[in-house]
Design a protein around this ligand. Structure first.
Ligand code: T1G
Length: 711
């Protein structure tokens, strides 16, 4: 039953019950309307109380129904809210837990809002590329004033009970029996006669607040569309009578609902949640509870990982073999926390509490009592295998042993180990205490327990997890390789690094590829290329040597003050004639006649190199679903979320167009551009990546792929 009804001393209590988040689906809305009809007709009912079951009020409108026609006769949320406002009997809402989106909007239409101490409210529609479309932009400013309403709606961030009370969203916080208190308040409100509705309240225009808000917005075409429309809608509340304001809000909501930006962000919302569902890890798979983690290696990655774990409330033991390196790592952590405190991200007490949960030492014995060990030592196979051989002797039998390798094969690391089932890749992205992606890499022997424990860890430390099957570069770096190669080819053929960066930044990346190489360090790729060469793993497609030439000149990027660009004291990238000359010389050495390259060609080649490799990663089961790839690129490489990720973007382009473009590129630039078999297949039936569920991309299930799936 989506809405439970109970009569308490003349108050009709309606409890939403649509687990897990009481989303206001058509069933819930129909049941609510029916209950309103009954309550209004029942003369013994003097008032209504609205509440939620399952420890939550409601996560808002049911996002799964967006863009779909609801069953005939189903009311829309604004209609139900209008009925609540028009009712002759007062309404009190009892907010326990989360009241997001339409959940806060329906509350704002009630006479009184009572919350428990764990109540939290938000209008997060902007995260879905939308605006609050059920009166939130008209009623919230009437409760809080425009400046606060702008802040709440543009951030989409939750507001906890004490602040909600302060802002006038809540009328009170009940520490005891919330429902009983709400019923008492409803009765007393009913005895006062008149309704007290926000819609009747005036709004103070606050023009400065709107100017300040608009100044902060991203351009509409660069993912900022919803932000601009939110401000327009809230401003309408100051200029139009209430009903006209509601009408204006609705028009703007409908415009956003049909926008590509919103479709992309809703795709990201559900893909993020789907990514945590791994067919090989059924619900109820046992996990190793993780409270203490030992991090081996106190370099850039080790220290970032230690901070991410401490920020997630875990106890961290940092181990580094050399005292000097250990002190350097400890100093870096303290410096980064001091910087975070200066930026107001953490309080001094918060920093002290996090550092208090960290210990530093030079002995691997510190791993003996750890629930999880994360190795972040030099990216050399032999060094890593040696560490795991020692851990095998030191660690508890139920401990999970993870490597932060970004490219090495997990099976190679686990080879010959008696703990192969407990060995897994936990690939953090730099800076590990900031980037939200955690790429969980399973080897062919990795157990469901190790994967389940890693998924739980990701949730604990606020990371978004994507599970990949081990291969060279896993999902993210495997797809970054052809992207990187294409950026270099474009530069060899006629573009300049700043052209490629300009195009990709206009596309929505906060930083173009060449600026990213300089930030990450050109020497990282150089070392990997040299290692592959030494292992005789020649790239299937020629790698450009421009990066090598720059590294041979000691130009590693920002860390050496020069890489592809030269950097001034403010770290502003400056195109460097020396690099341009080096590029021209490289074109000449390769016998390439440089030509003008259009922005469209730059974008097409960069994006299709990624999409084609993504399709291959789905074909061989490295990636479980297209949405996982999108999440990996959005949270790992800052791919613009308002474009939904590379695979979603390919669906937006249309896979027939993608196939044809790849075919054209293969005729001009070589067989490595041939469309992946999956793209051929989907284009052939006018299909989309979005049609594919977990492992459905596996071509005709090959032996290896099936084995991978069953393990
Ligand atoms: N609609 C449909 N499904 C939803 C949902 C929603 N609003 N919220 C969550 N789910 C599903 C989710 O996909 C997952 O499914 C399960 O519930 C648990 O979610 C007119 C326009 C509420 C804080 O943006 O922020 O109101 O994977 O894993 O960590 O203005 O979910 O299990 O199959 O996230 O405990 C505005 C979105 C809607 C809030 C709970 N509301 N949800 O977090 O669980 S638009 C939102 C959340 C709107 C009006 C409009 C979180 C949560 P599955 P979960 P959680």
């Amino acid at each position: 039953m989506p809405v439970h009804r109970s009569l308490r001393d003349g108050v009709l209590v309606l409890e939403l019950d649509n687990p897990p988040v009481n989303a206001m689906s058509p069933d819930v809305l129909s049941a609510l309307l029916a209950a309103i009809d009954e309550g209004e007709a029942d003369t013994t009912v003097c008032a209504f109380v609205l509440a939620g079951r399952n420890g939550i009020f409601t996560g808002g409108a049911d996002i799964r129904w967006f863009g779909k026609a609801p069953p005939p006769g189903t009311p829309l949320l604004p209609e139900v809210i209008a009925r609540i406002e028009a009712s002759p009997k007062p309404w009190v809402v009892a907010l326990d837990g989360t009241a997001f989106g339409g959940g806060l909007e329906i509350s704002l239409a009630c006479d009184r809002r009572l919350g428990s101490p764990r109540a939290r409210v938000a209008l997060p529609e902007i995260n879905l590329g939308l605006l609050p479309g059920a009166g939130g932009t008209q009623r919230l400013p009437r409760a809080t004033g425009c400046a606060a309403a702008l802040r709440i709606i543009l951030s989409g961030a939750p507001v906890k009970a004490p602040e909600a009370l302060e802002l006038g969203i809540l009328d009170g916080i009940e520490n005891g029996d919330l429902l009983a208190a709400a019923c008492a308040l409803a009765k007393s409100t009913a005895s006062n006669g008149a309704r007290t509705l926000l819609s009747a309240q005036p709004v103070d225009p606050e023009p400065a607040a709107f100017a300040a808000a608009r100044a902060q917005l991203a351009p509409a075409e660069r993912g900022g569309l919803a932000g601009h429309r939110c401000v327009d809608a809230i401003e309408a509340s100051t200029r139009l009578p209430f009903e006209a304001g509601l009408q204006r809000e609705r028009e703007l909501f409908i415009e956003l609902l049909g926008s590509e930006q919103s479709k992309s962000r809703i795709h990201v919302f559900f893909s993020e949640r789907e990514a945590a569902k791994v067919p090989e890890v059924p619900a109820g798979t046992p996990v190793t509870p993780v409270r203490t983690v030992c991090v081996i290696g106190a370099g850039t990655m080790g220290t970032g990982i230690a901070m991410a774990l401490a920020n997630g409330g875990l106890t961290v033991r940092v181990v580094e073999t050399q005292d000097e390196a250990l002190s350097r790592g400890r100093a870096l952590i303290e410096k980064n926390y001091a910087a975070s405190a200066r930026k107001g991200r953490f309080s001094e007490a918060g920093v002290a509490e996090r550092l208090g949960r960290m210990s530093f030492g030079t002995s691997l014995d510190a791993a003996a009592e750890a629930d999880l060990v994360i190795e972040a030592v030099f990216e050399e196979l032999d060094i890593k295998r040696d560490v795991f051989a020692q851990l095998e002797r030191i660690c508890r039998p139920d401990a999970i042993l993870a490597s932060n390798t970004s490219t090495l094969d997990i099976d190679a690391i686990a080879q010959g180990s008696s703990r192969a089932a407990d060995i897994i890749g936990l690939h953090f992205f730099s800076p590990a205490n900031v980037m939200r992606l955690l790429e969980i890499v399973r080897g062919s022997a990795t157990s469901a327990r190790a994967i389940a424990t890693s998924l739980a860890l990701a949730k604990t430390i606020g990371k978004v997890a994507v599970v990949a099957r081990t291969c060279d570069g896993f999902i993210a770096n495997r797809m970054l390789a052809p992207y990187g190669r294409e950026t270099m080819s474009l530069v060899e053929e006629g573009a300049l690094p700043q052209d490629v960066d300009r195009v990709m930044e206009r596309f929505g990346f906060p930083m173009g590829p060449f600026r990213m190489y300089d930030l990450a360090g050109l020497d990282v790729g150089w070392r990997i290329r040299k290692r592959r060469l030494a292992e005789g793993k020649l790239a299937a497609v020629r790698d450009s040597e421009i990066g090598d030439r720059l590294c041979e000149l000691g130009r590693f990027g920002q860390k050496t003050g020069a890489g592809v660009y030269r950097y001034d004291e403010n770290r502003t990238p400056q195109p460097d004639p020396e690099v341009e000359a080096l590029i021209f010389a490289e074109s000449a050495r390769l016998g390439i006649a440089r030509r003008a390259i259009s922005d469209d060609e730059i974008l097409t080649r960069c994006m299709l190199a990624v999409v084609n490799e993504g399709a291959k990663a789905l074909e061989d089961g490295t990636a479980i679903r297209p949405g996982d790839i999108d999440i990996a690129w959005i949270y790992g490489f800052a791919f613009p979320a308002y474009r939904g990720g590379p695979m979603h973007y390919a669906d937006f382009l249309g896979l027939s167009k993608v196939r044809d473009e790849l075919t054209r590129l293969s005729e001009r630039h070589g067989a490595h551009w041939r469309p992946a078999e999956l793209i051929e297949r989907l284009a052939g039936r006018n299909g989309k990546f979005a049609d594919l569920g977990a492992y459905e991309a596996l071509a005709e299930p090959t032996g290896a792929a099936m084995a991978g799936r069953e393990r």
